[in-house]
Design a protein around this ligand. Sequence first.
Ligand SMILES: [Zn+2]
Length: 111
Amino acid sequence: MPYCPECRYEYEAEIQVCPDCGAKLVAELPEETVPEIQWVPLHPLPGSIYAEMVKEVLDRENIPNLLIKDFFASAAGVAGVGLPGMVGLLLVPKQQVRKAERILHDMLDHI
Ligand SMILES: [Zn+2]
């Protein structure tokens, strides 16, 4: 099975380029040296209450996360998301961002 060297996801045999990041897939992942976590932000949440709710679920799912409370959307480099002012921002490791986003989406459906 091919893997994306960037996202470290495994894909179906016929896929050659990562649909996520466009990297060329490799047959085997290189041995992970010092696992350096690359934190990426999830979609900003309208306030730290929501962000803490999501954090709880991520914790339960064993997804490492960093919560940045009451952050200015513009300062987070997430301008244009339609959330002016303070947001809660959750960072997750790049490898787990897709899983985390799926959880986040499910949750936002119910808020
Ligand atoms: Zn990728």
